[in-house]
Design a binder for this molecule. Structure first.
Ligand code: NDP
Ligand code: 8X3
Length: 249
């Protein structure tokens, strides 16, 4: 029977690349995001050899998350893999001038949204005593950089929650791991800089990670044998040494 993967943030970037790669590797997919037209397009494109089910909800909305997961038809309920990927940075300001709406967005989406989705899906995994949860953290969850304050806080929280999940779900044989990427060229900077043209310059002058690079790591993680759990991965583009050191042409 094909495995079922539930991918949040599948409408662009890392989530979309992961959806494409898992589909190529015979996973049936539950794809989530707010932009319904993108979900429908992806569904038409990927359906065929594998089955695709789409769910449109905002991960900040606790009720919507639970209603979406509860709405899954019986044949979609045995979720083998959860990729908690939905998230973004909002703004890049010093703490003293930070925007409260940006702070709310980052904590509500990156931290609480991840928790709501996990809370809805984990009971099925504990009941079946199997499953694999992969949380997309960030190098910003391992170190703090100037003006990164709250985004870094949200990703440090993702890492702590990942470790907590791994401990608490250990008796159930559920694998839990995190991938913590550095700079990946996606729509991330467009969101962070809210349409400011500076977003187009972030990946200039060096070869940034691509969404496909992270998708390949996710596939590597889920394709390990049963006794192997990749718990925590930090991955940079070769040009990047840490959050503030990037070798540019
Ligand atoms: P993108 O902006 O390309 O993708 C973000 C995805 O998250 C979209 O599919 C978006 O879907 C979804 N999303 C955002 N907010 C919500 C919400 N409120 N409810 C539901 N879905 C939401 O960025 P990336 O692919 O780069 O980001 C994916 C993850 O990777 C994030 O967690 C990010 O923090 C992390 N990351 C990114 C790095 C980078 O440099 N790009 C580096 C390290 C980590 P929609 O708008 O349709 O809802
Ligand atoms: C995204 C990478 O360096 O913008 O998590 O924080 S960074």
């Amino acid at each position: 029977m094909p495995q079922i993967a539930f991918v949040t943030g599948a409408t662009s970037g890392i989530g979309e690349a992961t959806a494409r790669l898992l589909a190529k590797n015979d996973y049936d997919l539950i794809l989530c995001g707010r932009r319904e037209e993108r979900l429908s397009r992806l569904k038409s494109e990927l359906s065929g050899a594998v089955r695709i089910h789409t769910l449109s909800f905002d991960v900040r909305d606790r009720k919507a998350v639970h209603e979406a997961v509860d709405s899954l038809p019986a044949e979609w309920q045995q979720i083998n893999v959860l990729v908690n990927n939905a998230g973004n940075a909002h703004g890049l300001d010093p703490i003293q001038t930070g925007n409260l709406d940006d702070w709310d967005a980052m904590m509500d989406i990156n931290v609480k949204g991840l928790l709501y989705v996990s809370k809805a899906i984990i009971p099925g995994m504990t009941a079946r005593q199997s499953g694999h949860i992969i949380n997309i953290g960030s190098s910003a969850g391992k170190e703090v950089y100037p003006n990164g304050n709250v985004y870094c806080g949200s990703k440090h929280a993702v890492l702590a929650i990942t470790e907590g999940m791994r401990i608490d779900l250990n008796p159930y044989g559920i694998k839990v791991g995190a991938i913590n990427p550095g700079l990946v060229e996606t729509e991330f900077s467009k969101v962070r800089f809210k349409g400011d043209p500076i977003a187009d310059t972030v990946y200039n002058g060096f070869h940034a990670l691509q969404a496909q690079d992270i998708a390949e790591i996710i596939y590597f993680m889920v394709s390990r044998p049963d006794h192997v759990n990749i718990a925590d991965l930090l991955v940079f583009p070769t040009a990047q040494a840490n959050s503030t050191t990037v070798k540019k042409n």
